[in-house]
Design a protein around this ligand. Structure first.
Ligand code: PHE
Length: 345
């Protein structure tokens, strides 16, 4: 084997010295260092050796590879320098020509808004985490107090993943709330967690609905957490995200995993609450669902509801982005039209 490596290295070095231009160099690289090159082939041949001979032969092979990579880099630099030199010497460089502006990239507008939301909740003491988009029915529904056949399962039109698990056992999460279950099962209170992520719904697409959207889930569990904490935290967060002057409103709503449940609305950013087309003349725009975590959910994750209480909320990130920037069609976020996306710097 040692001989083979030596022979290979010598042949390679001889041919490399003969490679006179960039094309020849590239051909050499593919021949010797490429994925299907001679070195890779020899390495694959190691499997045929008796096991006790493999480590030494492998090490020798790696050494040859390192050596050849080194001489290749040197040769490449030398060739590049040689090809440049005459140009630099002869061609005049016109310093008055305008420069070439580098293209600067940027985060997608949804990611920018996500960062803003995360920063707001970070200030309020929430830790961020994330979780899988392919979920168990157990976490997405059952342990969130939606047992099988619960009619409220219809609140979410679900994509099931047919070829894993038992029928109906695996799905694309319809909301980020299963992360309540995952986090609480793993942690003892106090918990204060925020979870951004994609969710999927079997829905027809229009200006305000998509089959995929972003949510941010948040929840806090500790001794004596009350509705006042929920209202205070969310009011503060919304003000951090949208600016101080926005009024907010809470109304009763129903979600099986909270009791009581609420929806939170924000004064319409277009008409400042006087009523317009965007807010259907109500002056308010709903931005999230929330509530006190249902005692049954706490029991499901092994928390004692006599000892602990908590609140949870879920907001649509796309909705927040639409409100922040006055965008009237959610599909724009995912069409990847750079003329649209470049506006958000
Ligand atoms: N998961 C709910 C939804 O997607 C929102 C929600 C989260 C409501 C947490 C209450 C508490 O509609």
């Amino acid at each position: 084997m040692q001989d083979t490596w030596e022979a290979l290295q010598q042949a390679a070095e001889r041919e490399l010295a003969a490679a006179g231009d960039v094309q020849a160099l590239e051909a050499w690289r593919i021949e010797y260092l490429g994925r299907r090159g001679r070195l890779a082939q020899a390495m694959r041949g190691l499997g045929q050796l008796p096991p006790e001979a493999r480590p030494a032969a492998g090490a020798a092979g790696n050494a040859v590879k390192a050596a050849l990579t080194g001489v290749y880099d040197a040769r490449k630099q030398a060739l590049a320098a040689a090809e440049q030199a005459p140009v630099e010497e002869t061609a005049a460089f016109d310093v008055t020509l305008p420069g070439i502006r580098p293209r600067v990239g940027q985060a997608h507008v949804i990611n920018q808004v996500m960062a803003k939301v995360m920063a707001a909740f970070g200030q309020l003491g929430f830790r961020a985490t994330d979780g899988p988009e392919v979920e168990w029915d157990r976490n997405n529904f059952t342990l969130l107090n939606l047992p099988e056949e619960h009619p409220a399962r219809d609140m979410w039109d679900t994509f099931y993943v047919g070829n894993v698990g038992k029928p109906g056992e695996v799905l694309l999460r319809t909301h980020t709330s299963p992360m309540q279950i995952r986090v609480m099962e793993q942690t003892e209170p106090p918990v204060r967690v925020i979870v951004p992520g994609k969710v999927y719904r079997y829905e027809a697409t229009d200006a305000t609905h998509g089959w995929m959207l972003y949510q941010v889930e948040g929840f806090a569990v500790d001794c004596r957490v009350t509705m006042a904490d929920l209202k205070g935290t969310l009011t503060q967060a919304i003000q951090l995200i949208f600016g101080r002057e926005r009024r907010t409103r809470f109304r009763c709503d129903y979600f099986p995993f909270v009791e009581p449940g609420v929806d939170m609305a924000m004064e319409c950013h277009v008409c400042d609450g006087s009523g317009c087309g965007v807010c259907s003349s109500t002056g308010w725009i709903e931005i999230l669902g929330a509530g006190m975590i249902h005692p049954q959910v706490l029991r499901n994750v092994g928390y004692d509801p006599e000892e602990y209480s908590g609140f949870a909320f879920g907001m649509g990130l796309d909705r927040i982005a639409m409100l922040l920037y006055g965008i009237d069609d959610l599909r724009l976020f995912y069409d990847n039209d750079l003329r649209f996306l470049r506006q958000f710097r």
